[in-house]
Structures are given as C-alpha cells and as structure tokens.
Design a protein around this ligand. Structure first.
Ligand code: ADP
Ligand code: ZN
Length: 213
C-alpha cells in the first residue's frame, strides 16, 4: 500500500506514520526527517534545507522531489511506503504522480489529518522530540521523563522551528501551498479524512478506520 499523510504542521503526521509503519510493515518516508538528518550531518543539502526550514518556508520543489525519488527507489520501499510531509505543493504532487506512473505504482490513499490552527500552536509550542528515535512528546499532554525519552532514553530537544514566530509562518505556508492538495486528491477520489483529536490513540484509530486497517 502506498499511503500519504496530509495535514498541517502539528497534525500528528509523524506520530501516526511511525505507528502505521509498524502495523503495515512498510517504511515511513518523512522529508522533514531526511532534511533534519542532513542538517545534523552538515551536508550541502542540509545547509540548503536549513536556510528555508529555519524561516518556516518550504524547501524548493525540485530539491525535495529528488530526495524523495531516490528514497522511493530503495529496496525497502518496493512493497509500499507511508509518505509523511510529502507532497506539500501541487507541483510536488504532479511530480509524484508522474513518477509513480512511470514505475507502475500509485497512491492508494491520502489521509487528510484535520486539525485547527489553535490546536497546532498549542501542540507545537510545547512539543519536544527525541532526535534518536523520533518519538514526539508534549510537555503537558505526553511529557518525557524529565529531559529523557521514555522510549529509548535519548535526551529530548525542542525543534528550532517549533517557536511561535516560525510556527505561524509554517501555518501560513500550509494554508497557501499545501491545503490546495485536499481538493486535488479529492478530485482523484483517494482522499479520506481523519480527525486529529488530542487523544493520540483515538486519532490513530480514526486514521485506521479511514483506510480500513
Ligand atoms: P511539520 O509537518 O511539523 O511542519 P516536517 O518535519 O514535516 O514538520 O517539516 C519540517 C520543515 O521541512 C517544513 O517546515 C519545511 O520547511 C521542510 N519540508 C518538509 N517537507 C517538505 C516538502 N515536501 N517540501 C518542501 N519543504 C518541506
Ligand atoms: Zn528516543
């Protein structure tokens, strides 16, 4: 199954993608994670990506598509993938569509994870992540153990783009560039909605129900 998770920053795409990957036995492909790994490794791609991400802007389409394409051609993706954070613009969606057609694949479902802006700000401004295992925490709703990840013991950090000013910019980018994908995939007949309630288990269940797993 080829699945894509669509939604505003803070909708819970990453959290749900990790669980769905385990459940379905297919890898999560997160452009955000790939960019962050490159920023950490100080690669050329990382330097470029960082100049956009730190301002809450999207990385250019061609750059983003190239890394996704390379990833999709790797062996572990041959039985399916969970795309998390890609595509994020109509241009990216068109590129993916064309590429999938070329290799004889298609997106089965696009899960539109629905959340309102106020919830996004409340979630992201108090979010912490484990850089080692990618687990997300929330200081009030799902706190880490002090500074430590309850999953792997790593030291949790705040993403530099999880500060209010950058969060507002990311939301604007979402509404302007990414939200039009809802209509785009609705027209293709593969869009399903999943309400991102604050209870993580329930939010995940909503997605499972939407795709029938
Ligand atoms: P979130 O969904 O919480 O914003 P991500 O980890 O998916 O977090 O993305 C972090 C940042 O990486 C985005 O704000 C953007 O700058 C960049 N990015 C991720 N995916 C894409 C993409 N498909 N196209 C362009 N930029 C992207
Ligand atoms: Zn961890």
């Amino acid at each position: 199954m080829n699945l894509m998770l669509l939604g505003a920053p803070g909708a819970g795409k990453g959290t749900q993608a990790v669980e769905l990957a385990k459940l379905l036995g297919i890898p999560q492909v997160s452009t955000g994670d790939i960019f962050r790994a490159n920023i950490k490794g100080n690669t050329e791609l990382g330097k470029l990506a960082s100049s956009y991400i730190s301002k809450g802007m999207l990385v250019p389409d061609e750059v983003t598509f190239d890394i996704v394409k390379d990833r999709l051609l790797q062996d572990d993706c041959k039985n399916g993938v969970i795309l998390d954070g890609f595509p994020r613009t109509i241009a990216q969606a068109d590129m993916l569509d064309k590429f999938f057609a070329e290799i004889g694949r298609k997106l089965d479902y696009v899960v539109n994870i629905v959340v309102d802006d106020a919830a996004v700000v409340a979630r992201l401004s108090r979010r912490r992540i484990c850089p080692d295992c990618k687990q997300s925490f929330h200081l009030d709703f799902a706190p880490p153990a002090g500074e430590k990840c309850t999953n792997c013991g790593g030291t949790v950090v705040q993403r530099p783009d999880d500060v209010e000013e950058v969060i507002m910019q990311r939301l604007q980018e979402y509404h302007k560039q990414t939200a039009p994908l809802v209509e785009y995939y609705k027209e293709k007949g593969i869009l399903v909605d999943s309400e991102s309630v604050n209870d993580i288990e329930q939010a995940l269940q909503n997605t499972k129900n939407a795709i029938g797993v």
